[in-house]
Design a protein around this ligand. Structure first.
Ligand SMILES: [Zn+2]
Length: 294
């Protein structure tokens, strides 16, 4: 961020200057203490800079309506919706989803780095915060001939893109377990860049979960039972509750979630077709489903 802009943000937060926008009289969700606040929310340059009493150049009266953070889809292949990121955003933003973490695995499978760069460019045009994890296994299996092969050296330059958060769904458990040269390099590159690593551990044993944790894999979205979820949380992983067009796991994994471990779980759609997004929704539908289950 530009230094002058940074200074300006602080001055607005300190109430020395008026905020560009203040939302007044809202019930503000405090997600950390899990309670509602009666407060104004000050926004400057697209960033919340204050919660309390503020004056703004523009003031918006929320008249007691609830003000909550947007939903985040923790892992999604936008290509599975069969539309571009900008069109995808039109389906999910009205549902309250304001951020997604995407893995352009499907397009990378056939178009390689060109496909990933296309998605990065298109994502910048969307009315949605779109972050990226880099496809770790292209092709998904060694005998697949879908068109592209991505090695560690091909992925490395992409870590310089500000939207790239890490390495996506590491599914080649044989490669991880046997510490194969290129897989090892991909995992190390992500770590050396201080990036995150997502797993893909369907049906793996405790021994392999230990291997994945040692390889710094932090998440899994392939969990299908509450028992599998707890095995991963026990070892410090985060588990995604997945509900897509085909893979529907939320209902079966939910019993694992309790007050003590709830912060180790989050939602994702993984693969959801556009018609399902339009008809059912996205993360909003998952929140409704969880609420119904108590
Ligand atoms: Zn996936």
């Amino acid at each position: 961020m530009d230094k002058e802009l940074f200074r300006h943000q602080i001055e607005v937060a300190a109430k020395e200057k008026k905020a560009a926008l203040v939302i007044k009289h809202a019930k503000v969700m405090d997600v950390f203490n899990q309670e509602w606040l009666d407060a104004d929310v000050a926004v400057e340059n697209g960033q919340i800079v204050g919660i309390g009493e503020y004056e703004g150049e523009q003031e918006l009266d929320a008249a007691g309506q609830m003000l909550v953070p947007g939903f985040i889809d923790g892992h999604v292949h936008i290509e599975s919706s069969m539309v571009t990121p900008a069109e995808f955003s039109k389906a999910v933003v009205p549902r309250g989803v304001t951020t997604v973490v995407t893995d352009p695995h499907e397009i990378a499978n056939v178009s390689g780095i060109t496909g990933i760069r296309f998605m990065l460019e298109e994502a910048r045009k969307a009315a949605l915060n779109i972050y990226f994890m880099l496809p770790s296994c292209v092709p998904a299996v060694s005998f697949e001939r879908s068109g592209a092969v991505l090695k560690a050296k091909d992925l490395r330059p992409l870590y310089q893109e500000k939207e790239v958060l890490g390495l996506a769904e590491v599914m080649d458990y044989v490669g991880v377990e046997q510490a194969e040269e290129d897989m090892l390099q991909k995992l190390l590159d992500a770590q050396n860049e201080n990036k995150l690593i997502d797993g893909h551990l369907a049906g793996l044993t405790d021994r392999l979960i230990n291997v994945y944790r040692t390889a710094s894999v932090q998440t899994d979205h392939e969990v299908t039972t509450a028992g599998e979820a707890l095995e991963r949380v026990k070892r410090g992983m985060y588990v995604m509750l997945r509900e897509g067009s085909v893979a529907k796991n939320e209902k079966n994994v939910l019993p694992a979630v309790n007050e003590k471990n709830a912060r180790r779980f989050f939602f994702c759609t993984d693969d959801k077709h556009l018609d399902d997004l339009m008809a059912e929704g996205s993360i909003d539908e998952q929140v409704r489903m969880s609420k119904k289950k108590g």
